[in-house]
Ligand binder design. Sequence first.
Ligand code: ADP
Ligand code: MG
Length: 255
Amino acid sequence: MTEPRLSARGITVRFGGITALDGVDLDVPAASTVGLVGPNGAGKSTLFSVLSGLRRPNAGRVFLDGLDVTASTPQSRARAGLARTFQHPELFSGLTVREHVTLAYRLKHTPLRVWTDPLTAGGFRRPRAEERDRVDQLLSGLRLQPLADRTVRGLPLGSARVVEIARALAREPSVLLLDEASSGLDVAETEELAEVLRRVVAERGISVLMVEHDVDLVLRLSDQVCVLDFGARIAHGTPAEIRADPIVRAAYLGE
Ligand code: ADP
Ligand code: MG
């Protein structure tokens, strides 16, 4: 078996008296999609923060391509190939879709925080031909070409989420972390998102970890699913195994 792209071992996080995560293990293998699900308060967001480097665990280690990144900043993890999206898209309402993706492509090895002010990151100059080609490729791969020159202001949430994904992919990551990518989307938008994710994994061979409240979506898209409950991993396996797991059915699927 090849080494997982991203892996967590024995992650424990405490908030005062609350143990949000209690010795959790998680592996995201190369070129595969892993779903992370669990009821509210299970510890999903906390694990996500630990993986992306926003929170240091009380115990446990995080490995990216076999390297221990437990003490690394989010910026250095981003440089090492980890990209993420946010539950609430953090886009610039006045920039066009193409500008978002172009900036991300240009800044691919700089910290996400720079995004708070693109002008301090060097302003917006005209893209070079090669840059423009790569951005066009990405936009058409995600079917964003028709929206390329629209500002993000007023885009439907479903499209804004795909723009976020496009921006993350422009950084050419090896692992993409998706935080509740389907939340707030209607059925049609969710289907479109599912399409996009399937294509991204198939075409780019990247690994995806998706934190989702939509269990059905996760079971359809993931190769492996990890179920958290009260800070512990109560199950992990293929979607078929998870569907059949009596503990999961009792604790989570409400059966
Ligand atoms: P989920 O994302 O699965 O809903 P969270 O990771 O947000 O769960 O939360 C797990 C537990 O940790 C919950 O009991 C939550 O109240 C607690 N928690 C999360 N973040 C904090 C924080 N910053 N301070 C105190 N408690 C927190
Ligand atoms: Mg959460």
